[in-house]
Design a protein around this ligand. Sequence first.
Ligand code: CTP
Ligand code: MG
Length: 385
Amino acid sequence: MTISVIVVAAGSGERLGATRPKAFVDIAGKTLLEHALSALNDVAHDMQVIIVAPAPWVGAAEDLGRAAVSPRHAVVVVSGGATRSDSVRAGLGVLADDVTTVLIHDAARALCPPEVFTRVIDALTAGAQAVIPTIDVVDTLSPIDHTTGVTGFAVDRSALSIVQTPQGFSRKVISDAHTAHPENATDDAEIARMAGHNVMSVPGDLRAFKITHPADLERARLLLGQAEDLRVGIAADVHAYDDHTPLVLGGVAWPGEPGLSGHSDGDIVLHVICDALLQAASLGDMGTLFGVSRPEFDGANSRVFVDNVLQRLAEDGFTIRSVSCQLVANTPRFAGRREEISGLLTDIVGAPVHVASTTSDGLGFTGRGEGMAAFAVALVARHGS
Ligand code: CTP
Ligand code: MG
């Protein structure tokens, strides 16, 4: 039996939202692709390793592949296609002549241990034509209509399984199936089934989860024992009261309360939170990004700043962990709306935000009722980009 393993790494990783294709995102000093390839070095069989990379990354994949894969395996790199199935077909197109058995693996399952490869190969050696690694479903599965809610009773999960990769096939089965079914499918066993083949299963592994969303990347980092790259930011802001302006504070209107002077709507809570987030990510500050030199922000709803700041952080690979804000003000009486505002800002920011208020006991400019002060601390985590 001569084995080829096709590692599909040509996706863009849209759901991960990194600044480079997912397979080239770094965890613990190595790309997902390198992690995925390193498992092959602990599989006893010598193999042809076919890496399917995005066209502009073929050169990088060749360098990484040569460094990560043991010289007893032969590495080939090809560029992928628009869909996963297209990428698999690109890999099938460069199988070495003597290959009889094909494994197809997602680079996104970067932490899949070598034993899963070995189990799939063993099942093929024992005569199976198509093999998938599976794990049990642990959650309840309910039929649902996203408008009307649950539409029936929970499905019997003992009759279902979660399908992983590497999936293994005899060469003729998977090559013919992909030729007969050129449509896109989420995996190759599905294509083999469309072509009428039985698919056997072997135990998968929880570590073979597919890195899809930023939280999966965090999980992978934790599994590898990599300390998180956490950063904090702190900010302070002061605004004078202005009786002629309506008060907007914490993203909500306060009818009848004296407002705040300042550029935009003067929402000191949103401003200080934005500044703390920018500080944490070393991305500048509100004054430079949106200050008086930018007349388009005159009278602006401060939500515009928050959306802009959130986008800047996401583009730079930051996930917000939590934000805490302390207001110092004589008026308004904040406590009654604290939960409402903290909840609203938590929804907007996508991480816990807590806002509290105090007075300064009659001392200083806040005590004399000349203005408000606000302070914020933000905690963010940087993920690989
Ligand atoms: N893949 C590929 N070619 C494509 C699409 C996907 O080689 N045109 C690969 C991915 O690189 C990944 C595997 O197929 O290793 C599983 O796909 P998925 O997790 O969906 O990755 P992406 O398509 O990159 O992510 P997203 O769907 O979020 O964009
Ligand atoms: Mg995809």
